[in-house]
Design a protein around this ligand. Structure first.
Ligand code: AVJ
Length: 334
């Protein structure tokens, strides 16, 4: 661990996406639009416009997960930091990282000179949060990683002390079960015996409340959903008309998840020039753009256990709408 004598730049940002992303977008779009049902990965919502729309979603009265998670973090942030005593926080998918203050502030108060490592697919999100945080916390170093947490976990910088990995917002719910278990196992492999993992999850609850959160009356979620088509147009020379698609979001109770779809209003023909691909939709045909899984405490305990993680602490709101679970590597049994 070095001591900063001649004030090195407190911000470093490594970009691992620029080249890889277009290739993976091209691949994912080609495959996703050729299969049935058509499907596009939700990570492509988050270009600069999509990230901005998501920020607006977090302010919506119907979108309780952000508010409730913030409430839980405000109440428990200091306790979590006192329990873990991290020298650094690695955050997967921080977006604007506004919530993370509830952990960074106590980390720095406990011991100045910590490090924050945001890992996000949005380069602007990483730059903006890095600039804001080093301006706010004089002793904080930020080492941003622009990358995909399902592909670039190996690019996370060498550990400098006890580490807390956070995955907030319920974003883990965007992954289906096989991908969750792969990610949790990969995260488990990054943890030393004293490191901890903090995951935010939206909980199973009544359909009405869930569906309202994804069908806001201001139509922001609909715009966010349609933004996927703009991202394809902008990056792959597409001519998909977002206005020809309706936003559809509902709770699939059997699978315990919200599903978001884009549904063609009429017959639509589009061309994605960079892929040399023509795509035709019949009126009513749909593309799935997101799943957002909802959890129970039991489900989580089982999934953690399967990944070699064991519960350390559990934080929730009075109504049990959202939860934060703190886990650590399960004690070796061999
Ligand atoms: C940021 C992925 C957790 O699934 O609720 C919000 C994204 N999609 N409204 C979620 C989202 C529609 C959000 N996550």
């Amino acid at each position: 661990m070095g001591i900063a004598t001649d004030a090195p730049d407190p911000v470093q940002i490594d970009v691992h996406l620029r080249d890889g992303t277009l290739a993976s977008l091209a691949d994912d779009v080609r495959k996703g639009l050729s299969r049935y049902p058509r499907e596009l990965p939700p990570k492509y919502f988050y270009d600069a416009r999509g990230s901005e729309l998501f920020e607006q979603i977090t302010e919506l009265p119907e979108y309780y997960p952000s508010q409730v998670e913030q409430e839980i973090l405000d109440a428990a942030g200091t306790r979590i930091v006192e329990l873990v005593r991290p020298a650094e926080i690695v955050e997967l998918g921080p977006g604007s990282a506004r919530k993370t203050t509830a952990l960074l502030q106590p980390m720095i108060e406990l011991e100045p000179g910590g490090r924050y490592i945001p890992v996000d697919v949005s380069e602007t999100a990483v730059q903006d949060c890095a600039a804001r945080l080093v301006a706010t916390y004089e002793s904080l170093a930020v080492h941003g990683v622009v990358g995909d947490f399902e592909r670039h976990l190996d690019r996370i910088p060498q550990q400098s002390g006890r580490r807390l990995i956070t995955f907030l917002g319920g974003t883990i719910g965007n992954l289906d079960h096989p991908r969750r278990s792969a990610l949790l196992s990969a995260l488990r492999a990054l943890l030393g015996p004293d490191d901890r993992l903090l995951v935010g999850t939206d909980m199973v609850k009544d359909r009405e409340r869930l569906e309202a959160a994804y069908n806001d009356s201001a139509g922001v979620t609909a715009e966010f959903n349609r933004n996927m088509l703009r991202v394809i147009n902008d990056n792959l020379e597409g001519d998909l008309d977002p206005e020809m698609f309706d936003h559809v979001a509902f709770y699939n109770e059997h699978a315990r998840r919200i599903e978001m779809w884009l549904r063609a209003r009429e017959d639509v023909s589009a061309r994605i020039a960079a892929l040399g691909m023509d795509v035709d939709f019949e009126a009513g045909e749909e593309i799935r753009t997101e799943i957002s899984c909802k959890f129970t405490r039991d489900m989580l305990t089982r999934e953690y256990s399967a990944a070699g993680l064991e519960p350390v602490a559990w934080y929730t709101d009075a109504d049990g709408l959202f939860a934060l679970s703190l886990t650590g590597p399960a004690a070796a049994t061999d």
